[in-house]
Write a protein that binds this ligand. Structure first.
Ligand code: CTP
Length: 402
């Protein structure tokens, strides 16, 4: 969607907070967003948030003479490539179906000659009401595109259809609308590490950790989706193989290092694996048996190779962009910033893995991206969204260098 212009109309609904994320993500993909905020939309998000994220002024007053002079409502809607109403309340769908034009948002929608997409968000009873369903039929017959809604728990405590589509779905729908997904990383190669490692104590026992592999697998998929030739080197996980990646399954840190080195050269390395820092000095060949009356065996540990540090110091084979993760339980940004220096990587995605955060087994992640420019704090996102956002930044970094 590079260079496309989206006129985003934000109406009243708790889902308006998700729209902020839509703005970020479409802008990361190179589109420009200009916002119209309705009066009821302004009960949920502020013009300031929309203006900051869109880096444009926010339009909210039909009768402002200055606006009419600078940018009439007709121009506003015609200068866009598409109009997106998100969230689209039941009230807005009814107004659109009836052709009302009592404010700037509805006037722009009535005056436009451009395609219109809507992402409805409302209570399940409102969604199911025959009036709303009739309005939807009218709008669909006129060519309005619908994104969602989804079924699920609602802010009002009920459950059913009416939740606004997730930001990633809205962005996907826009991508699909603008044409085939641009393979921003085609011609590039990436190595992604994921999951835990298992370090043998003997043939039946091992040392491991709680990593699920969700984040690393999602990153491999996001890169592959962008056309990147991706090798996923993964420890034992329950994650399905991401489509479009070459998957190398390993157990120990030493296997992981060997697999990564074998996958070089690469343009990008993302080390998301939770590699065991230590292994036993000499894993037993046979099962260690209990000896009656004897003390439990003491395990002598030695340090494992550091894969991130090794890839960062791979000389002329060093990937142009090496991204590490930092799993921290305190002082997340400070520790991760020091880790970036210590490991010699370019970026660090830092996350809090203390038990209260639920990061290790959960589906969401709250991360801070540490680069040479400092720390960027991301909102809590699904691991898929973190992966998409990281992949988009990686693509942007290579595009900027071209
Ligand atoms: N990493 C690695 N090989 C190791 C240990 C860590 O490649 N043997 C990578 C991880 O994949 C991650 C980064 O290094 O990208 C940081 O991992 P983390 O566990 O946060 O840090 P540690 O190096 O283990 O340091 P500490 O235990 O002091 O936090």
């Amino acid at each position: 969607m590079q260079g496309k212009r989206i006129l985003l109309i934000v109406t009243g609904g708790i889902a308006a907070y998700k729209t902020l994320e839509v703005i970020r993500r479409v802008r990361e993909r190179g589109a420009a967003v200009r916002c119209i905020l309705t009066k009821s939309g302004a009960q949920f998000v502020t013009p300031l948030s929309l203006a900051a994220l869109s880096e444009d002024r926010v339009y909210d007053d039909l009768f402002s003479l200055t606006d009419e002079h600078e940018m009439g409502h007709i121009n506003l809607s015609r200068q866009a490539d598409v109009l997106l109403v998100a969230p689209a309340s039941a009230d807005m769908l009814a107004k659109m179906a009836a052709g009302l034009a009592g404010d700037l948002a509805t006037t722009a929608l009535l005056a436009t000659d451009k395609p219109v997409l809507v992402a409805p968000a409302m209570n399940v009873r409102m969604w199911e009401h025959p009036a709303t369903q009739a309005n939807i039929q009218i709008l669909k017959a006129r060519g309005v595109g619908f994104i969602g809604p989804n079924a699920g728990d609602m802010a009002c405590g009920e459950h059913g259809m009416g939740r606004m589509a997730e930001p990633a779905e809205i962005v996907d729908a826009l991508e699909a609308f603008f044409g085939p997904v641009v393979k921003r990383l085609s011609g590039r190669r990436a190595i992604v590490t994921s999951g835990p490692t298992h370090e043998a104590i003997d043939p039946v026992r091992y040392i491991a950790n709680r990593s699920s592999g969700k984040q690393g697998h999602a990153i491999a998929k996001a890169l592959a989706d962008m056309g990147c030739e991706t090798t996923l080197v993964t420890g034992p996980t329950h994650q399905p193989d991401p489509m479009g990646c070459r998957v190398v399954r390993i157990e120990s840190a030493r296997d992981m290092l060997a697999a990564c080195e074998a996958a070089l050269p690469a343009d990008i390395a993302v080390c998301a694996a939770a590699v065991a820092d230590w292994r036993t000095a000499d894993a037993a060949e046979g099962k260690i048996k209990k000896q009656p009356g004897a003390a439990p065996p003491a395990l002598k540990m030695i340090e494992n190779p550091d894969i991130l540090a090794a890839l960062s110091a791979a000389g002329n084979k060093r990937p142009a962009l090496v991204v590490g993760f930092a799993a921290e339980t305190s002082e997340v940004v400070a520790n991760a910033t020091a880790k970036r220096q210590r490991k010699g990587c370019d970026w660090i995605v830092a996350n809090d893995v203390s038990p209260a955060s639920g990061t290790f087994s959960g589906d969401s992640n709250t991360v801070h991206l540490i680069t040479e420019a400092g720390a960027e704090h991301w909102p809590t996102l699904s691991k898929t969204d973190v992966a998409d956002r990281l992949a988009a930044l990686i693509a942007a970094r290579f595009e900027a260098a071209e």
